[in-house]
Design a protein around this ligand. Sequence first.
Ligand code: MG
Length: 379
Amino acid sequence: MAVPAYASKPEHSRGRRYPELPAPTRSPFQRDRDRIVHSSAFRRLVYKTQVFVNHEGDLFRTRLTHSLEVAQIARSIARPLGLNEDLVEAIALAHDLGHTPFGHAGQDALNACMAEHGGFEHNLQSLRVVDDLEQRYPNYDGLNLSFETREGILKHCSRRNAEHLERIEPGGVGWRFLQRSQPSLEAQLCNLADAIAYNAHDIDDGLRSGLMAFEQLRELELFERHCSQALAEHPDLAQPHRLRRLMHEAIRRMLSQQIYDVIDATRANLDRFGPDSADAVRQCPPLVRFSDEMHRHSSGLKRFLFTHLYRHEKVMQTTVQAQQMVRELFQAYLGDPSSMPADHASRSDLPRAVADYIAGMTDRFAAREHERLTGRRLL
Ligand code: MG
């Protein structure tokens, strides 16, 4: 398939912040992907929570497996649409690098700690990781990724943060939030693939944990439809010991339907708006999207998971303790910077240095540090 006009093209990249010679065999987006995979922040994703705290079970998703699932889903949509798969993969693998330990609980606590110092936002933190915090190259901080990969990583940004970014990098990745324009199709796709991935795997993890019951899920129209189709084709899946297979089959069908839906709805949008270049995409409304019907199902899934899993009493209990740990760690390092490694302790912007240090921690390291500094074990 010829590369469509609307796809991002490595040869038209807006380049890196520090110019580099091209690699002999790899495109800039391939190189970005490879740099991300080799980063320390990427390896730490394996011990960071998505919903469950890392030690709760070996089978639950972590940020790493989540990121791999996002990359898989995004690539399977990118290929039939002719989008750049290397860029899609780079963005998907990097999109959660800035997440704190203990998932959203950790991020909320850190944001509260940083309220008077510019706040904390995991999305902007993912960009900070690849722009500043990784230290692997002789001449600059960060991974020096291409503009298009960085643009995709920064999927949300407050006006205040966008203005800040604009001051340090005029016309850079903050610009679109001030202009209210869109990112590349590859970036839009990763955003949607993220939601498709967590909706599906959180159902799986929710059931596995015993916090949600199979019968509850059947209240969901989309799940129920695929569940009864699977049962009609495989009546033996109704046997209690085959229930997990039934769940996997229903989730697989749900995932496929969402993926085909995005491909069809996006194709229709591309026909309708006809962007004639990757840059023209940025001036169109969001083009990668679900059909209206699937959008409704997807929102329903999200609401269902909120009520029955993310706000579940058992999950909330660990949430409260996780937040307390992050708060106490923040206070401890702020009061005694020398209890952090020297490169963090010596920074002039101490609250931000503390936030960067805590944000980089895995769940288990944060718990160990908390115990070391306070003498108490919370989780
Ligand atoms: Mg994600």
